[in-house]
Design a protein around this ligand. Structure first.
Ligand SMILES: [Zn+2]
Length: 317
């Protein structure tokens, strides 16, 4: 199961606590699923359609419990939905007008007698704001698997509705943006913290926990990778230095012969060439008497200096 359907499943089972919240949630659901059809003055038919049966059943129960309205559940399979099965809740036509009034969606001056901006009275309280987001998410929201990316979005067909969602998210101090994509208005947010906050508001606590676990594992993995890259680059650096030192020693040997070097330098040159992968302190231990890391370093530097002087044509006594 995808992370998005897991979230939807969890949210679809969150209890709707009060009539105020039921009204906001149903309103958002209808605006999200485009389920208001107009058949001449005063005749409306409300419907909710989703590919998720659990989501549709939630609103069947909600309409029954809070408005005493018994809807009709249908399975729809049409080419319009590219052959996939959809579930639809049809609310009785004689009750639809009453429900629209309840949801404060009627406006005699509006197109088809409807408001295009939901009344702010529907989300004057935090509980109702959360309920509104829940209704919108269940029909038009999705969240990417946090293993892959931190992305959550509400994809709706109406700009005004998108702006309302943005406004509500802002009230919860959550930063979101709107983008226009394929004739859809997409309200989206990024960042594990914001997404986790929205999932908490929606009531998907199980998903929040799972996301947190994934985030911790990801952080740990990144930390280990960074450490390994750092170790690797240190090893690479030491190996490059050793290679250069050996090249210098070989050059001296070819030009003047190692036996021309003072005894201490000759000894370290031979040990270095014989042990190309040994660290500086390891080299120091192989000398008699043994020598510390900085002593080894300074003798090797002297060898490099000699090689450079030879390269520039200087005579070495
Ligand atoms: Zn409420």
């Amino acid at each position: 199961m995808s992370f998005a359907s897991q979230a939807r499943g969890e949210i679809a089972h969150v209890e709707c606590v009060g009539a105020c919240c039921a009204r906001s949630e149903l309103c958002a659901a209808l605006l999200s699923s485009g389920g208001i059809s107009y058949h001449g003055p005063e005749k409306y038919r409300l419907s909710l359609t989703s590919s998720d049966a659990t989501v549709v059943r939630r609103y069947f129960t909600l309409a029954k419990r809070f408005y005493d309205v018994t809807g009709e559940l249908r399975v729809v399979k049409t080419p319009q939905f590219s052959g996939t099965t959809r579930y639809r809740l049809l609310l009785p036509q004689d009750q639809s007008l009453r429900l629209l009034k309840e949801m404060k969606l009627l406006d005699p001056d509006g197109l088809f007698g409807l408001r295009n901006k939901p009344s702010s009275r529907l989300f004057s309280r935090d509980c109702c704001r959360a309920a509104f987001l829940r209704g919108a998410f269940l029909f038009s929201g999705t969240v990417t698997n946090p293993e892959k990316d931190y992305h959550m979005e509400f994809s709706v067909s109406d700009r005004v509705f998108a702006e309302t969602l943005l406004e509500i998210l802002n009230k919860f101090e959550i930063c979101a943006k709107i983008a226009c994509r394929k004739e859809k208005e997409v309200v989206y947010l990024k960042g594990s913290e914001s997404i986790s906050d929205v999932l908490t508001i929606l009531g998907a606590h199980q998903c929040v926990l799972e996301m947190e676990n994934i985030r911790i594992t990801k952080d740990l993995r990144n930390q280990v990778n960074r450490q390994m890259n750092c170790d690797n680059s240190n090893i690479n650096r030491s190996m490059l230095t050793a290679e250069r030192q050996i090249a210098d020693i070989r050059y001296i040997d070819e030009e003047i012969g190692l036996d021309k070097l003072p005894k201490t330098l000759r000894e370290i040159a031979e040990v270095r060439v014989a042990n190309p992968e040994t660290s500086l302190s390891g080299i120091g231990e192989m000398l008699t008497p043994s020598l510390g890391k900085s002593g080894v370093n300074s003798r090797l530097r002297r060898l490099t200096e000699i090689a450079n002087r030879l390269r520039s044509g200087e005579e070495i006594e």
